[in-house]
Ligand binder design. Sequence first.
Ligand code: MLT
Length: 334
Amino acid sequence: MTRTLTRRLAGLALIAGAATGLGLAAPGAQADTYPQRPITMVVPFAAGGPTDVVARIVADHMSRTLGQQVVIENVTGAGGTTGITRAAQAAPDGYTIMMGHMGTHGAAPALFKGLKYDPATSFDPIGMAAGTPIVIVAKKDFAAPDLKGFLAAVKAGGASINQAHAGVGSVSHSTGVLFDSIVGAKPTLVVYRGTGPALNDLMAGQVDFMTDQIVNVAPQITGGTIKAYAIATPERSPALPNVPTTKEAGLEGYEVSAWNAVFAPKGLPKDVSAALVNALGKSLEDESTRKRILDLGGTVPPTAERGPAALQKLVESEVARWTPVLRAAVEGSQ
Ligand code: MLT
């Protein structure tokens, strides 16, 4: 190595050293050192359900970009608020992140008394993961040939009909309460630690129906082990081309979609946040990752609608949207 080059490198080392000595991390130093160990992604529902499925799909690719394993930890209970509260209170160091959704970060404030976090202020938003249309699904031998027959049966059946959900404030609970209020039904609500376990009971005929995210139920609908009466979106899903929309099938006013998104505890160092935003963004640009989400009927938001700023705006608008709707639905059902 020539003398000049050695002197220049030594000079650079001195500058970097001085910067660090002054407590100023050498430029990019934090990003270079983060992550130094595996990252925990808290999933606030049982393994195998929609939140878990979306989390594992994006975590798989994020691990590759970050160079450290993003490990899923299922922390269940209380409609997902137990896991989200745990993650919200973790150190904001980038080693604990979480997969939240329209329930935990949109509907929960309206339905869950004494929530220990504020969706709009307790987190650093990292970005959207997947949109998840809602499907009205029933056990395969539910005695109704179509949605109109199903609505009549659910209304007439009253408390003899069992409706599954994943806890107060969850997606299946909030979209289920809204469905019941629109239809005028008063079924018996059966709570699970996630709609993964609920789906098992639906397939076994132990529970009658639920409103759930497409990424959980699409394979079983296609496989004929459960029945889908309608999808609550304006257009049919390419993943379920034979399932009519609620409007087509005769139920006006019930159009709901959920979404899943990655959050971190409030106060991440900027470099750490940037590394996580970059890794999530790259996972949603990866063709095979996108395909896994789309094949399950999920949607991947366009780039401009899925970064941290867009997610923060979405959380604020969802809390504002769902609070009056769900409070009215609950009051109406009493
Ligand atoms: C799940 O992953 O089990 C669901 O997201 C629960 C729910 O919100 O309905």
